[in-house]
Design a protein around this ligand. Structure first.
Ligand code: DP6
Length: 402
């Protein structure tokens, strides 16, 4: 009946998952810190959620007395300005939507307090884009909770710049936009995840430690001090974006791989050009770079490509027919002495026999990286239908702590 329908719901709960994305044309530097508007456009590949994902449950209830947040089971500060900005924006969109239509059956009161629990299945703040998946997931869950649809990359951007790209699957461009209010600084899908079925992505986890310089602070110092970054944003990136889109459209792995490596290297060069300089790569990262180039030189063409974000962990792009051989090379080069067999876990690959010249080209490294595989490009955020997967119980508290 209409009176029952008009009644506000006492408790609502939604769970979503969201993917990590890896930029092949990097975002580094803001022109507006509050709205999170970048100095250049960027382009990324959304990774499949089988291996790397964030899960977030958002609940609203008239019985909650305060907003609360749990990150990987630990209660965290809900007052974080970026989190508050996302919450405010989703509520604003909900209000706007309700104002526009009368047929909203059971509106969830926007004045209810919310509880949010979020979990990553990979190391937080290790340069593995955990904030991107985290904010994309938060915004997706809140939007579902309040029944908001449509353009949400703008809201996710307010949490973390790179998060706007995790709102879509496949190959995604974040357009810098021109407007001072940021309304045109949005993510767009360049190609869906099905566009390039042979493409594979391997994550070589060199270190799960928290990074030295957070990207937000690091990129601000770069904007303030690096002339190379200014040149990159104004001249280099616009040219590279057009080229990268063509390589993706044509599924040209050599072009895609080379440009991916060059753009990662230029990003780390701007870090060195920052004053005081920022170092995200370590010896093991550099060993992986050298290994990739030797592997490609052996084959006489680009068969693997590395890229590094604000941390030492490597992301490797390659094609399906090269995965087994390259993993075997990594295995030989980095004996899994320190982490047992961990680094092959989950990899759907057989072993490959290696030619002698290739083996000779590979120097054993002192310590083993810990590859965690993310086999293919994947889709954007997903709604989790099964209520048993909620991270919060019926009382609105984290299930695991209860
Ligand atoms: C190196 O999106 O983490 O990963 O907008 O300040 O939250 P904020 O920064 P963030 O920066 C990511 C930088 C990067 C490159 C990229 O993902 O494009």
């Amino acid at each position: 009946t209409s009176s029952a329908m008009a009644e506000e719901r006492a408790l609502a709960m939604v769970t979503c998952t969201a993917p990590v994305n890896i930029a092949v044309i990097k975002y580094w530097g803001k022109r507006d810190n509050d709205l999170i508007l970048p100095i250049n456009s960027s382009l990324s590949v959304t990774l499949h959620q089988d291996q790397l994902k964030t899960t977030t449950t958002a609940a609203a209830s008239r019985d909650f007395t305060e907003d609360r947040l749990w990150l990987n089971g630990e209660e965290a500060d809900v007052g974080h300005p970026r989190l508050q900005a996302c919450l405010r924006e989703v509520r604003r969109l909900a209000r706007k939507r309700r104002g526009g239509s009368a047929e909203d059956a059971a509106p969830l009161s926007l004045s209810y307090k919310i509880h949010v629990a979020t979990e990553n299945n990979f190391p937080t703040a290790a340069g593995l884009a955990s904030s991107a998946a985290g904010y994309a997931c938060l915004v997706s869950a809140l939007a579902r909770l309040y029944g908001v649809e449509g353009e949400l990359s703008e809201v996710a951007r307010r949490g973390s710049g790179s998060a706007c790209r995790s709102m879509l699957g496949g190959f995604v461009q974040w357009q810098r936009g021109e407007r001072p209010d940021g309304r045109d600084s949005l993510a767009h899908q360049v190609a869906p995840e099905t566009h390039w079925p042979e493409l594979r992505v391997l994550v070589l986890v060199v270190s799960g430690e928290k990074k030295q310089v957070a990207s937000t602070a690091g990129m601000q110092t770069s904007v303030d001090t690096s002339p190379l970054l200014k040149h990159r944003a104004e001249v280099v990136v616009p040219e590279r974006l057009a080229l990268m889109m063509r390589h993706i459209r044509e599924r040209d792995f050599e072009g895609f791989g080379q440009l991916t490596m060059q753009d990662s290297n230029q990003f780390h060069a701007t870090c060195l050009d920052t004053f005081p300089p920022i170092f995200y790569l370590n010896d093991l990262s550099r060993h992986i770079i050298a290994l990739a180039h030797r592997f490609n030189a052996h084959h006489g063409r680009t068969k693997v490509a590395y890229t590094f974000d604000a941390g030492p962990n490597a992301v490797i792009f390659t094609l399906a027919d090269t995965v087994a051989e390259f993993v075997e090379v990594v295995r030989r080069s980095f004996p899994p002495a320190t982490n047992g067999d961990q680094f092959v876990r989950g990899l759907p690959v057989g072993s490959a026999s290696l030619p002698e010249e290739l083996l000779a080209a590979v120097d054993p490294a002192p310590a083993a990286p810990n590859p965690s595989p993310a086999p293919q490009p994947g889709p954007g955020p997903q709604l989790v239908d099964d209520p048993s997967q909620h991270l919060l119980g019926a009382d609105g508290l984290p299930r695991r702590c209860a």
